[in-house]
Design a protein around this ligand. Sequence first.
Ligand SMILES: [Zn+2]
Length: 442
Amino acid sequence: MVLAHAGAARVAYNWALARVKAVMDQRAAERTYGVPDDQLTPTVSWSLPALRKAWNAAKADVAPWWTECSKEAFNTGLDALARGLNNWADSRNGRRAGRRVGFPRFKSRRRTTPSVRFTTGAIRIAPDRRHVVLPRLGRLRLHESARKLARRVEAGAARIMSATVRRDGGRWHVAFTVQIDRTDRRPAQPGSVVGVDVGITHLAVLSTGEWVPNPRHLDRARRVLRRLGRGLSRTAGPDRRAGARPSRRWQRARARLGRAHARVASLRRDGLHKLTTRLAREHGTIVVEDLNVSGMLTNRRLARHIADAGFAELRRQLAYKAGWNGGRLIVADRWFPSSKTCSGCGAVRAKLALAERTYTCAICGLVLDRDLNAARNLAALAGEAVDARSGRESPNGRGADRKTPLAGQVAVKRQPGTAPAGQTGTVPPQGRTTNHTLTRAH
Ligand SMILES: [Zn+2]
């Protein structure tokens, strides 16, 4: 039943996309025939209300089964399309920073993550806190108890705005968007600074000298992942050129691999949540590196890939948790040589191979673990940020402080064609002006 709703979202999305595309293609063709602009086929609006109106007029023909699904299902698809088209248009007109956004593509049944979002109607947690009640879908059993959220809702401290049900790694998840009244908090040590270096063999290394280990079972889960990956490659997958359909064994192997991937991801996410909560509660200032995450995700090595994905997640979590706890997050400039700089004397080495796990300084004789050295350099940036408050620092798109290293200290090579990391173009996820914040609770 949930799957049917997700399918309905996809049908509405594809139908509306085909309609927008048909009109655009028609206009483009007419232009090539020299039809003047005022006589072209009129454009169709792709705002959400317009898409919804058009869908409601056509749904009886397109989807005669529409009464079986909640209108929220179709709305999910139309909303996604409206956003996709807007992002594409903004990106084309230069109103949207960041990577170029392509034109929305059709969603296939096999390749898309089934998902549906409810924004109206009876969305609540059942009194037993073990079920969630959604419009049309009724009571859904939860694997985990929702008591934390239920308690807040009952106390009037939280209001559920929407619920999204999606399937990920073979399991269904429900995520609530909640409006919460937060009390102002202060970090336990407002004056303290911590630098965080994210690693592979460890979750993170802190400038305080603490090695934060990876979550338990993560290494075993990774071994399983590699084994399943090998198993998948030994089965007969789909072949586009030969037109071969995947074998049953391949489909089962792929589902197993998907579940293992989801398990690794959630083990790691759980570890990151625990780490970022602790850091944000404890320290007044947290400094992290700014890595080119979208560039690094193309790296095909598994361990590296997982670490990079974890890094993006770490920064995202720290940005909002530091805000909640009244601390601040400083993101070092992308070209700050945190690994190559000596945390003892500030000398910068020209080269440092990835295999060199220990930093040895030829000038002051410092010998220190590579990651700890990097974490200490990051922490030292916070001091400079305070010294150079006038103008050097500017809040970035995520509401975090951004620090550029002092000019002249090091000569840093810039890759051709790459500007320093600028505004990310995203709206700060949390409104800082009031103590009402939108948050996701699982
Ligand atoms: Zn040194």
